[in-house]
Design a protein around this ligand. Structure first.
Ligand SMILES: [Zn+2]
Length: 416
């Protein structure tokens, strides 16, 4: 019974989390944020759907008596049905099957825009991958118009101080969810975003957003800074990787956490009250609570040496990394397909999925880090510095970033 209540609680928490992320990510930019961004360039934010409709409106002279109706195709709908709904008859070319007739097979979620006046169809337009397909009543033909791709770039600055959670503060700064994940990945070698982040920490990001036809197509973080308590971490992008100012790769032998940052339930503690046994038992690992099915990564390159059910650990995988280190991942719901003893895995390769098998009160991954067989707190181990760039590359990295250095130092000093 308790388990059921707990499950419901978790479901409710997850639903609230997901919906708040959704609401936040659709939030329009406040003037304050735009003015902060304009320090470098004008922030132009488009919403693809409205943009599309606006271009349609702009490109055609709309008479007073022309009506426009937009449909998003639902299950079992066809073009005749949509037209019938607004009392229009279907033009013949649209009923004939041929390769130009994009209306013959319409799919769920297709966007169909119908223009008509005096109950007669003028045009029917369907948005296709890189343009649009239009039936025009004046020619009685269907034409496919590919839109020329226009590419725009914007360099933007985002920064904020952490007030409640890293994610919420990052959203508030104007970063989108993908950019937030990238930021966490960049510093994921030095910081465990589920545990190390504190109220009062701050971050700054200089990034390049690429737009295709004014629609956001991707972003690239060029520089990032993270102030975690007294420590400052910086990242410079160079040839597909991130480096410190001195040219040391941020990538390290081990990731700080085996899952993307989610809520954390229990810290490494040698004297913890076990939630099931209610006795003091050492907890020789770190628990990362996450929804069942969340992918679990190998934190380093290595070889699987154990896969199976291991008492209270439930479904468990142990990976050996060279001669000194090994890592253990427990309570999995299932293993990743193809994972078997003896298989070599890469860092951040998915090995299984979060579950609650074995002695466990809720879905989480129990992660252990061992050095020469002895349990260690993975969060406190200092790993070797990342590979250093050679002099020639370090010079070119500095050259690439030199014109932005003043912006970087400004972002870095935004919060003292
Ligand atoms: Zn545990």
């Amino acid at each position: 019974m308790k388990e059921i209540i707990l499950k419901y609680k978790i479901i409710i928490i997850i639903t609230v989390l997901i919906s708040s992320i959704f609401i936040y990510s659709n939030k329009t930019y406040s003037l304050y944020e735009i003015s902060r961004n304009t320090t470098i360039d004008n922030a132009k934010i488009y919403k693809s759907k409205t943009y599309y409709l606006n271009t349609i409106k702009k490109n055609t002279k709309v008479n007073e008596d022309v009506k426009i109706k937009t449909f998003y195709v639902k299950k079992n709908e066809n073009i005749s049905l949509l037209l019938k709904r607004i009392n229009l008859t279907t033009p013949l070319p649209i009923l004939k099957k041929n390769k130009n007739n994009c209306f013959y097979n319409i799919k769920i979620n297709d966007e169909i825009i119908i223009k008509y006046s005096n109950q007669i169809v003028k045009t029917i337009t369907k948005k296709i991958k890189d343009g649009e397909c239009t039936y025009n009543s004046s020619s009685n033909l269907i034409d496919i118009n590919k839109i020329k791709l226009s590419e725009n770039h914007e360099q933007l600055i985002f920064f904020n101080k952490i007030e409640s959670s890293f994610y919420a503060s990052a959203v508030k700064s104007g970063l989108n969810p993908n950019e937030i994940m990238s930021l966490a990945d960049i510093f994921g070698w030095d910081l465990d975003f589920t545990q190390d982040i504190r109220v009062g920490d701050s971050f700054g990001v200089v990034l390049d957003r690429k737009y295709l036809n004014n629609k956001l197509n991707g972003s690239l973080i060029k520089y990032a800074v993270f102030k975690n308590r007294k420590k400052t971490f910086e990242a410079y992008f160079f040839k597909g990787k991130y480096y410190t100012k001195e040219g040391n790769a941020l990538r390290k032998q081990f990731l700080k956490a085996p899952i993307d940052f989610y809520r954390i339930s229990s810290h490494f503690n040698r004297k913890r009250l076990h939630p099931i046994f209610k006795t003091v038992r050492p907890h020789l690992g770190t628990d990362y609570a996450a929804p069942t099915g969340t992918p679990i990564y190998s934190t380093g390159d290595g070889k699987i040496i154990y896969k199976g059910t291991k008492g209270g650990y439930g479904k468990t995988i142990i990976i050996k990394h060279g001669n000194i280190y090994s890592t253990l991942y427990a309570h999995m719901s299932k293993y990743k397909k193809g994972i078997r003893v003896g298989k070599k895995v890469k860092q951040k390769e998915v090995i299984g999925y979060v579950g609650s098998t074995g002695y466990s009160t809720g879905p989480h991954v129990h992660y252990e880090f061992r050095v020469r067989g002895k349990h260690k707190n993975s969060r406190k181990i200092k790993f070797k510095k990342g590979k250093k760039l050679n002099n020639k590359n370090l010079v070119s990295m500095k050259a690439v970033h030199s014109k932005n250095e003043s912006i970087y130092s400004w972002v870095k000093e935004a919060y003292k």
